[in-house]
Design a protein around this ligand. Structure first.
Ligand code: AMP
Length: 283
């Protein structure tokens, strides 16, 4: 596999590449969700680049960066069946050398949901994604709907900063029991993995309530909450019913397009999941 560790090395390689280039940024510990993005990039673009970089700027001091799963050997192995032209694998000091002092901050969508619970998070994400875009110079960027707020923010910075990049949203890949695939799932025991599947069930319950005619946002939140707390080992951080485009929390009746999302703790492990819902889906 063509792995490149330095920015300069990547830029030299990039100069020899023409045509469409799909980029899949990841933090490693790759699973089926990541691989679905790579498969989509392979389908849509002539070239595919994957980055593996555990971004320190998106973790706060009390968060789990030290225990975040990492297994480069396995990552390279699971990528081998795909057509990956280059894997960008920079070190921390390559991306954020001593004295680094420039940050990219989206100031609206980043302040709610994940941004409220994890204040340092989105500035870290937007800074690293901007830097990676500048290095990789992709024509297409592939991001998972699993991180719906992140996807929305990446689309917004691409628009605001006029990056000539198409952002492609890829559906959430789930385990058989409905649990959204996540690198953090590897921290969970077999019983915890089973308990965590209630998160997906809860989202489905919320959706089904709307399908049965309910329109009150608080009733939907309460329904989801009631399902999640059936599993006593889960601690809810938030359950949100928000406008899909603005992420403004809804009080009263839901509009046509909503994002239902939740974050829960299972011990030290924080899991997020979501689903979008349109009362009148566009054809
Ligand atoms: P991460 O390595 O967690 O930063 O994720 C890298 C990319 O993979 C992001 O665009 C995520 O949204 C996406 N991703 C992570 N898990 C899933 C999943 N279960 N289904 C689809 N995309 C995912």
């Amino acid at each position: 596999m063509n792995t490149i560790n330095t920015i300069q090395g990547f830029q030299v390689w990039r100069q020899g590449i023409s045509g469409s280039l799909g980029f899949v940024p990841t933090m490693g510990a790759l699973h089926g969700g990541h691989l679905s993005l790579v498969a989509e990039a392979n389908k849509m673009c002539q070239h595919t680049v994957v980055s593996i970089f555990l971004n320190p700027t998106q973790f706060s001091l009390d968060e789990d960066m030290g225990t975040y799963p990492q297994n480069l050997r396995l990552d390279l192995e699971v990528l081998s069946p795909f057509h990956v032209d280059a894997i960008f694998l920079p070190s921390d000091s390559e991306m954020f050398p001593k004295g680094f002092s420039t940050f990219v901050k989206e100031t609206n969508l980043s302040s709610v949901l994940e941004g409220k619970s994890r204040p340092a998070f989105f500035q870290g994400v937007t800074t690293v994604v901007n830097k990676l875009f500048n290095i990789v110079q992709p024509t297409h960027g592939f991001f998972g709907e699993k991180d719906a707020q992140q996807l929305l923010i990446v689309k917004k910075i691409v628009k605001d900063m006029a990056y000539p990049i198409d952002i492609i949203a890829c559906p959430i890949i789930r385990q058989d029991n409905g649990l959204a695939m996540s690198s953090r799932n590897s921290h969970l025991s077999k019983t915890e993995l089973e308990s965590a599947s209630i998160i997906y069930q809860a989202l489905q319950d919320g959706k089904n309530l709307i399908k049965s005619g309910a329109r009150d946002a608080q009733a939907i939140r309460e329904k989801i909450t009631r399902t999640i707390i059936q599993e006593s080992i889960l601690q809810i951080d938030y359950v949100s019913v928000a406008e899909a485009d603005t992420l403004i929390e809804i009080s009263g009746e839901i509009p046509n397009n909503i994002l239902i999302s939740t974050a829960v703790f299972l011990g030290e492990t924080r899991l997020i999941d979501n689903c979008s819902y349109s009362i009148y889906p566009s054809k």
